[in-house]
Design a protein around this ligand. Structure first.
Ligand code: PRP
Length: 209
């Protein structure tokens, strides 16, 4: 699939196996989301622009490269929150702009309930983060909000992405690259990713019913 980067790394596959496992506890689930988010973000930021800078080492002066652009993380609440700290560890100066969406259980359409994305001074690159891309409705809603803000470069980071959802996102925003640890083939009748991992928000926050 064009503009989809499935990061096929042994460590990602190893941790993803535990993430999918129904016996994994919320404590371990959170740790795995954190770990996978870092690995995914490492890959998704490999083409960030850098600028040359003169640095004084204790011995001499040398030229180094530094990331100088403004990067915004846009976590989709709730489940996206589990990925934020890991990415902030890698990009400590990133700005975090929260977007609250939940999926209506009847229609599977996203419902917006919180939007911290400002109207002015867009970042240079926005990373939209959510562990799950199922129908793609939530990611489309998030990209719409970030596009309205005026952000020129938008990347999507999802731990799991379903094929139909990827197609839906790219039908609307073909230029937005999607980084995923795995691409799953389908959705079930309740629009859950199959084989998937269940509900990432509930498993993160221990709110399974
Ligand atoms: C889940 C998930 C995504 C969305 C994916 O959130 O974390 O945000 O559904 O589905 P979509 O691609 O079909 O839009 P959920 O609505 O369960 O909210 P939560 O994170 O608060 O649990």
């Amino acid at each position: 699939m064009p503009n989809v980067i499935e990061v096929d790394h042994p460590l990602i596959q190893h941790h993803l196996a535990r993430l999918r496992d129904r016996s994994t506890t919320p404590t371990e689930f959170r740790a795995l989301v954190h770990r996978l988010a870092a690995l995914l973000a490492y890959e998704a930021t490999s083409d960030l622009a850098t600028e040359m800078e003169l640095i004084e080492t204790p011995l001499t002066t040398t030229t180094c490269r530094r990331v100088t652009q403004r990067i915004g993380l846009v976590p989709i609440l709730r489940a996206g929150l589990g990925m934020v700290d890991a990415i902030l560890d890698l990009i400590p100066d990133a700005e975090v702009w929260h977007l609250g969406l939940y999926r209506d259980e009847e229609t599977a359409r996203p419902v917006r309930y919180y939007n911290k994305i400002p109207a002015t001074r867009p970042v240079d690159t926005a990373l939209v983060i959510d562990p799950m891309l199922a129908t793609g409705g939530s990611i489309i809603e998030a990209i719409e909000a970030v596009t309205a803000w005026g952000v020129p470069r938008i990347k999507v980071l999802a731990l799991l992405a379903a094929r139909p959802g990827i197609s839906a996102v790219h039908a609307r925003f073909p230029e937005a690259p999607i980084y995923a640890c795995a691409i799953d083939p389908e959705l079930n009748e309740r629009k859950f990713i199959v084989p998937g991992l269940g509900d990432a928000g509930d498993r993160t926050f221990n709110t399974m019913r």
